[in-house]
Design a binder for this molecule. Structure first.
Ligand code: ADP
Ligand code: MG
Ligand code: ZN
Length: 463
């Protein structure tokens, strides 16, 4: 990684994840997104005096699930706490969260060989949402009391690219567990970025915190900007002020919002209306048993069993649906490496809409040399969301590869006679002219010529 003016960036993330429970964290109101404002509300989540919260057991299970999936230690006993502050989207005047005793301690993810530590994961409730319309500010309380987990990392991240890779992997792992839909654009995954700079190996610098960034690319941009801003301050003899800053999407810059509060400003104390949270050994074991096989374990398995490089495995496992599809297809496939490569021609962000049999069929036809790569591409596209059988289709439409040397030689000679200029140029050492001849043969054969043999024959044309 290249350093800007000799300083390195030190980055820690705080990630809020909305849990996909049916009801809210402390009441029976629906936990829904996108409904009409202020309809999923009751005295508990509106913070009416005297209303009492009860803890959603499913939300606790989900927090445990996240902790296990991220390699954390589950605390048998943890405690809900009040974090006091005033804001119009928080009718109670305090947020129920966890302070000293969170439900998960530790954990980590490995990003390109580097271990990024997770400090803790705690449970808390979401606040409502302010909507600004001209001079008016409206408030929607539907989100009040939606269950969240907050994942706090160690300041182990060194760059914008690493922060993005970490978030992507974190999102993948959480999607595997099914506890959240992790949609950054809908706010069910939100990220605060803490950043300071220092000379390599020096003491930690003063950090700023950028709140609620809602896309991977804005996280990258905010880091790039803030890193340079802090370095330039120090280089000009000024100091970094500990601050909460806002990332402005339009300008790509960060602006101060307020000086950073300390924990003491929030007057944390144990939530008197809720007992301590106890999670039994049996419950942890049963949740462990319900977790799917996680991406890293699958990546290793693909490497050992099928010789698929980890870099490809990383992409194949980005979505659980595609990992399962690969595994189902690979089971019967004679060319799993070709299968992997062919699957990776699709976007890894969406579920690939082919059946295992179709994928396996196309990979085997390719591996056996019965179709070439451009026909494979055609078939991969055709099979999407249709029940075509690739081999039958290839047969019916005469798509099998032409590998007959003599036949290809005749076709190449014919191409050279039809395009004497290219043939002459090619013989005089112009490689590009050779491509024109190959193009003719490809067109003539409707894309079926064996490209490798054709290249060999092209060499012979020189003689
Ligand atoms: P809070 O922001 O609530 O005060 P913490 O002090 O626990 O909470 O820190 C939150 C985040 O800030 C963590 O992700 C941590 O890794 C990161 N962090 C702490 N100190 C620094 C620093 N000097 N530079 C960059 N990140 C830091
Ligand atoms: Mg913070
Ligand atoms: Zn409610």
């Amino acid at each position: 990684m290249t350093l800007y003016k000799g300083y390195e960036a030190v980055i820690g993330l705080e990630i809020h994840v909305e849990l996909k429970t049916k009801s809210k964290m402390f009441c029976a109101c629906e936990n829904g997104f996108g409904t009409e404002p202020n309809i999923n509300c009751c005295p508990v989540c509106m913070g009416m005096p005297g209303a009492l919260p009860t803890l959603n057991a499913r939300a606790v299970d989900y927090a445990v699930m996240a902790g296990l999936a991220l390699g954390g230690e589950i605390n048998r006993l943890s405690e809900m706490a009040r974090k006091n502050y005033f804001y119009p989207d928080l009718p109670k005047g305090y947020q129920i969260t966890q302070g000293k005793y969170p439900i998960v301690a530790g954990g980590h993810l490995v990003i390109e060989g580097k271990r990024i530590g997770i400090t803790r994961i705690h449970m808390e409730e979401d606040a409502g949402k302010l909507i600004h319309r001209g001079d008016l500010t409206l408030v929607d309380f539907n989100r009040c009391g939606v269950p969240l987990i907050e994942i706090v990392t160690e300041p182990d991240i060194e760059s914008a690219a690493q922060a993005k890779a970490f978030l992507k992997k974190l999102r993948t792992v959480l999607l595997y567990t099914g506890i959240s839909d992790c949609k950054m654009n809908e706010g069910s995954l939100r990220c605060d970025v803490n950043l300071s700079v220092r000379r390599p190996g020096g003491a930690l610098g003063v950090r700023t915190e950028m709140k609620n960034i809602n896309s991977f690319s804005f996280v990258e941009k905010a880091i790039e900007y803030e890193y340079r801003r802090q370095v330039n301050l120090l280089e000009n003899g000024m100091t970094v002020v500990q601050q909460t800053r806002r990332f402005d999407e339009a300008s790509g810059k960060t602006y101060p919002m307020r000086d950073k509060e300390n924990a003491a400003d929030y007057r944390y104390f144990p939530e008197p209306d809720l007992p301590p949270v106890y999670v039994s050994e049996e419950r942890i074991e049963s949740i462990k048993g319900s977790l799917p096989i996680l991406p890293d374990e699958r990546i290793l398995m693909y490497e050992e069993k099928y010789g698929v490089p980890a870099k490809d495995g990383e992409r194949l496992t980005a979505l659980l649906e595609n990992a399962e599809l690969f595994e189902a297809a690979a089971k019967n496939c004679r060319y799993p490496q070709i299968l992997a490569k062919q699957m990776l021609t699709f976007s890894t962000d969406a579920a690939i809409d082919l059946t295992p049999a179709q994928l396996c069929g196309i990979a085997d036809l390719t591996g056996d040399g019965r179709i070439n790569s451009s026909t494979a591409k055609t078939l991969l596209n055709l099979c999407q969301s249709s029940d075509i059988d690739p081999e039958e289709y290839a047969k019916a439409h005469d798509l099998f590869q032409i590998s007959d040397r003599e036949l290809l030689w005749q076709m190449l000679k014919k191409a050279a006679e039809a395009d004497t200029k290219s043939a002459a140029d090619y013989r005089n050492g112009k490689a590009a002219a050779g491509k024109a001849l190959v193009g003719r043969v490809m067109a003539e054969s409707r894309g079926r010529a064996d490209a490798k043999i054709l290249q060999e024959l092209l060499q012979e044309l020189k003689k």
